[in-house]
Design a binder for this molecule. Structure first.
Ligand code: OAD
Length: 284
């Protein structure tokens, strides 16, 4: 249950050979037969664990972390996404998170988020585990379900927290956050209860993941008959371990991603393509 700093940087550092097991044989769009087989594998599984990463939100306009145009090519994680960075310059870190809150807050769930929410609301036995902090799964669930109570059935286990929530660095206060004024140290968010400095409620490099979320994710993985992985390089642990745990427990593993991932060797079905295109087809 170590922090995501156990990650190896650069997703495509493996052999880049596109080697895989299962029905996919090349990095081309899946055939109708491959889609049908993947769909059947998911439909017959009583318990399914779904692991999502930044790629599922790419078509919503949310930047991914690695690869061309990824956030970690433009910004240094150690200057912005670590407790040390926040201790050194909270204003700078809040400026970055305020910018992400504002830009990502304008993004909308795409066809993949919506298909997944619809699928989860229409059947039992699916656990969604997400590394994303963009809240787009939650928003898709609300959009599809129509009411907040029902939407909870399609809510993800959030392994890395939420960009739209704050927590206090001094007391136990945690709440939804708003717009950020990062003009000065005085204007950045402060705790309404104790006056302490608030921070974004996300997991930074070097930090532990929320224990209950990790336990719930791994227990769902161990029981799953199928594991659907969407849009993650699988470079960051423990999140990527969810797919390994599912495979070790005998689950059929399906991976949807247009590029190579570090989990490809686990795949029984390797479906190359954009989530917004492939996910609705295999869940529809
Ligand atoms: P990455 O940026 O590492 O990987 C994004 C993945 O999405 C890649 O495999 C892309 O090929 C794929 N992708 C791109 N466009 C896609 C599309 N339209 N449909 C489907 N897939 C697409 O993001 P993650 O693996 O999610 O952690 O990164 C894991 C963690 O690293 C993040 O949660 C974050 C980061 O450091 C923390 O902030 C704690």
């Amino acid at each position: 249950m170590s922090a995501p700093d156990g990650s190896r940087t650069g997703p495509n550092t493996s052999d880049g050979s596109f080697a895989r097991s299962g029905s996919g044989t090349s990095a081309t769009a899946p055939t109708a037969a491959e889609i049908a087989a993947a769909r059947a594998a998911l439909a017959k599984a009583l318990r399914v664990v779904v692991l999502t990463g930044a790629g599922i939100s790419a078509e919503s306009g949310v930047p991914t972390f690695r690869g061309a145009g990824g956030l970690w090519q433009q910004f240094k994680p150690e200057e912005l996404a670590t407790p040390i960075a926040f201790g050194r310059d909270p204003r700078l870190v809040w400026e970055w998170y305020g910018w992400r809150r504002e830009t990502i807050g304008k993004c909308r769930p795409n066809a993949a988020h919506l298909a997944l929410a619809r699928w989860m609301l229409g059947r039992a036995g699916v656990t969604l585990v997400s590394q994303n902090v963009d809240d787009l799964h939650e928003r898709a669930a609300r959009e599809v379900a129509g009411d907040a109570e029902r939407a909870r059935r399609a809510a993800p286990i959030r392994l890395h927290g939420s960009l739209f929530h704050d927590r206090c660095t001094r007391c136990t206060h945690r709440a939804e956050g708003g717009a950020v004024d990062a003009t000065s140290l005085e204007t950045v968010p402060h705790c309404p209860e104790c006056g302490g400095l608030l921070r974004p409620d996300v997991v930074w490099f070097g930090e532990m993941l929320p224990v209950r979320a990790v336990e719930a994710a791994f227990s769902a993985a161990a029981e799953a008959e199928a594991c659907l992985v969407i849009g993650t390089t699988g470079a960051v642990y423990p999140a990527a371990g969810v797919a390994h745990a599912a495979k070790a427990g005998g689950a059929t593993v399906l991976i949807v991603d247009p590029g190579p991932t570090e989990l490809d060797a686990l795949a029984d079905f390797r479906l190359f393509g954009a989530a917004g295109d492939v996910v609705p087809q295999i869940l529809g």
